[in-house]
Design a protein around this ligand. Structure first.
Ligand code: SAH
Length: 213
């Protein structure tokens, strides 16, 4: 089966089949070539229903998890989004389809360089990448209408809440290094409303406001 056919099947079965309905989100997953974001030898597995290892001992999340987190942000196209944990750049490419601008912070420079090459190759012009500790956010471009974190921290990092715009939404895994809860946080008139969505497993967010490894 061609990669295109595998990708449409992934969208039908793994995303639509599990209740992802936003047409813009589904269109983004139909478009972004996930097989270009995994190590070459894993390309045949790229559309499988699971996370895969990438460079630096990190992982690219399961397609459904990326879709669930993305759809919770309810992006309409005018937003400025902060992503923490660029990793392969796959989630970044999906966000770039759905928002006005994406700002993404990654701790490991070699992952960031690879993600940059992929995103440039795909012509993603509304993406800005920087190396660093994303638990501190990226204050220069704050506030953000939406924030998404792809690594687990003990609680919502305070700098991220501070950089979230009024009315903005954040989605992130909160909990111990081995298992967490996916949490959606919304900022309304300065107060934070938290909703727990599902259990999940992410790599740890490393550094201040994350885990010290
Ligand atoms: N969204 C990515 C998932 C990558 S896994 C994808 O689609 O491929 C999580 C990423 O978070 C890893 O690349 C890891 O290096 C990064 N990370 C961990 N702690 C971090 C921190 N404090 N700041 C920025 N990135 C961090």
């Amino acid at each position: 089966m061609t990669f295109d056919a595998q990708r449409s099947r992934m969208v039908e079965r793994q995303l639509k089949g599990r209740g992802i309905t936003d047409p813009r989100v589904l269109a983004a997953f139909r478009k972004v070539p996930r097989h270009q974001f995994v190590p070459e030898e894993l390309a045949p597995e790229a559309y499988a229903d699971r996370p895969l290892p990438i460079e630096g001992g990190q992982t690219i999340s399961q397609p459904y998890m990326v879709a669930l987190m993305t759809s919770r942000l309810r992006l309409q196209g005018h937003e400025r989004v902060l992503e923490v944990g660029t990793g392969s750049g796959y989630q970044t490419a999906i966000l770039a389809e759905l928002a006005l601008e994406v700002f993404s912070v990654e701790r490991l420079p070699e992952l960031l360089a690879a993600a940059n090459t992929r995103l440039e190759g795909l012509g993603c012009l509304n993406v800005h990448l920087t190396p660093g500790n994303g638990s501190l956010g990226w204050p220069e471009h704050a506030p953000y209408d939406a924030i998404i974190v792809a690594a687990a921290s003990p609680d919502i990092p305070p700098p991220l809440l501070a950089q979230l715009a009024e009315g903005g939404r954040m989605i992130l895994p909160v909990g111990g290094p081995s298992a967490q809860t996916l949490v959606e946080a919304e900022k309304r008139q300065g107060a934070v409303r938290r909703v727990e969505i599902a259990g999940c497993i992410f790599v740890p967010l490393v550094g201040q406001h994350g885990w010290r490894l």
